[in-house]
Design a protein around this ligand. Structure first.
Ligand SMILES: Nc1nc2c(ncn2[C@@H]2O[C@H](COP(=O)(O)OP(=O)(O)OP(=O)(O)O)[C@@H](O)[C@H]2O)c(=O)[nH]1
Ligand SMILES: [Mg+2]
Length: 461
């Protein structure tokens, strides 16, 4: 448990969003929480003496004028089984900014202090109720906009990543203890492990660190969403598809080939999955420098995309640009859309099928919307790869950076073992590795980093 300046104060904040609402909540936490709230409480009983985790109906009064501020419900929660680990009272009143601000000012007059952003969670961390990964997960649960992100955040909150990191750190500390003991007894010529055993021990931690790092790409996508790019020769209906997915006339659509000349990016939600979609300029060789730049940007987007939506016009025979693109897209994950299926068909379907046997091929029409349901289902299936059940996913840059540092230290240590270096030389690298892992869960994190993390929190959380 760590202590910091100001941690002994009793703090208060409005925990609900500011604005008119049915209910508003003011949260108070700290050693004097019951005493401070009692002075505003009009109702039966003494808050400090009631059973923990009970609700009490009453009124908030101004202790100076004794006037009623509002009708309220007081939730009393006694340390240590509370959010912060301290005594906590939550006052529920009508959700009026006027009332809530008034209560806050009365609480301050009675000796409480306004909480800094994230200070309630910071206290939970400082009192050891949760670790730093779990503290960060609280904000992830609040900010998640889709169920994948939310599910991931809940797992982190329950401690799946924390346990894994703590386990690896403990393992490194045990190896260190072993090295220290063997140095102490070196006079007697006792070596507890052979070099190869030592290499294996460090290697097993290093392997797990690499596995966690390898999950970052997947984890980051769960937080930030996936990207898809719509590509195809001019006039096949790419911008029409963009508009259909967005359910608005965002991109310009005309019967003229070469209408879209720059890339256009928007986010759509496909059954809760956020997808950043890029509409591109029609793929063709062109003399027009503006269009050529558009095509180049489209190619760039193509390289970065998680998924390609390749569009063909089924009302026309295949053209040279389609063939060029077919070669360009070979081996990339894509869905092939045979658009304009509402018109008489001129495209040789069987050729597409034989040339792209592994791909999902869908007849489509942006005019009638036919094929849209299938497209959404396929997108979801292709993008949502279920992560291995028990493997926690690293998705925050801070965690990745610390894991990379740990990885470097461990590789140095492994190399030293391979070169038959004296074990004393390993100790520094292993300690660094353990510290980097400790940074993730908050065991060895500096106050500056804690400030950075908690300053991004909402007030009242
Ligand atoms: N009949 C029919 N016409 C379509 C369909 N989709 C698009 N169109 C028409 O095809 C023309 C080109 O559509 P766009 O969406 O601008 O095509 P694009 O691929 O973005 O074209 P560029 O930006 O020039 O590359 C327009 O006249 C659309 O109305 C469809 O499913 N059926
Ligand atoms: Mg277009």
């Amino acid at each position: 448990m760590r202590r910091q300046a100001g941690q002994d104060d009793t703090i208060c904040a409005i925990s609900t969003a500011i604005g008119l609402a049915g209910i508003g909540v003011v949260r108070v936490s700290g050693a004097k929480a019951f005493q401070v709230v009692q002075s505003l409480f009009k109702g039966s009983g003494e808050l400090a003496k009631v059973q923990s985790h009970t609700a009490h109906y009453g009124h908030v009064i101004d202790p100076n004028s004794l006037e009623i501020v509002d009708e309220a419900l007081f939730l009393v929660m006694k340390a240590p089984r509370t959010y912060t680990g301290e005594d906590v009272v939550e006052i529920q009143t009508h959700g009026s900014p006027l009332i809530l601000e008034k209560i806050l000012s009365l609480l301050v007059m009675q000796g409480a202090r306004l909480a800094a952003p994230g200070e309630f969670t910071r206290r939970a961390f400082l009192l050891g109720r949760i670790d730093l990964v779990q503290a960060e997960a609280v904000m992830e649960v609040i900010t998640a906009e889709n169920w994948d992100h939310h599910g991931w955040a809940l797992k982190q909150l329950k401690g799946s990543l924390s346990r894994q990191v703590e386990f690896l750190r403990e393992h490194l500390l045990q190896i260190l203890a072993h090295i220290e003991a063997s140095i102490d007894f070196s006079e007697e010529g006792i070596h507890f492990w052979t070099d190869s055993e030592m290499g294996k021990e460090i290697g097993s931690v290093s392997e797990e660190v690499e596995r966690l790092l390898a999950g970052y790409a997947e984890g980051r996508k769960i937080r930030e969403g996936f990207t898809a790019v719509i590509i195809g020769r001019p006039n096949v209906g790419k911008s029409s598809l963009m508009n259909l997915l967005l359910e608005e006339d965002r991109a310009i659509v005309t019967p003229l080939p070469g209408t879209t000349r720059d890339i256009l990016q928007e986010t759509v939600h496909i059954e809760g999955l956020p997808l950043r979609i890029t509409d591109t300029a029609g793929y063709r060789a062109t003399e027009d420098p503006i269009e050529a730049e558009g095509v180049r940007r489209g190619e760039e987007a193509l390289e970065k995309a998680d998924l390609i939506l390749w569009m063909l016009d089924s009302s026309e025979p295949l053209q040279i640009e389609d063939d060029v693109l077919a070669r360009r897209l070979k081996g990339k994950r894509k869905i092939i859309l045979l658009n304009k299926s509402d018109l008489p068909e001129c495209l040789d379907h069987s050729r597409i099928r034989t040339e792209h046997p592994q791909e999902v091929i869908l007849p489509f029409s942006t005019v009638t919307g036919s094929g849209l349901g299938d497209l959404k289902r396929e997108i979801k299936q292709l993008l949502r790869k279920q992560p291995e059940k028990e493997q926690p996913l690293v998705a925050l840059l801070r965690h990745r950076t610390a894991l990379e540092a740990a990885s470097k230290s461990l590789h140095r240590a492994i190399k030293a073992v391979e070169e038959n270096a004296s074990w004393e030389f390993l100790a520094a690298d292993l300690r660094e590795g353990a510290d980097s892992l400790g940074e993730i869960i908050g065991e060895t994190t500096t106050d500056e980093i804690l400030d950075q993390i908690f300053n991004n929190f909402c007030i009242g959380k």
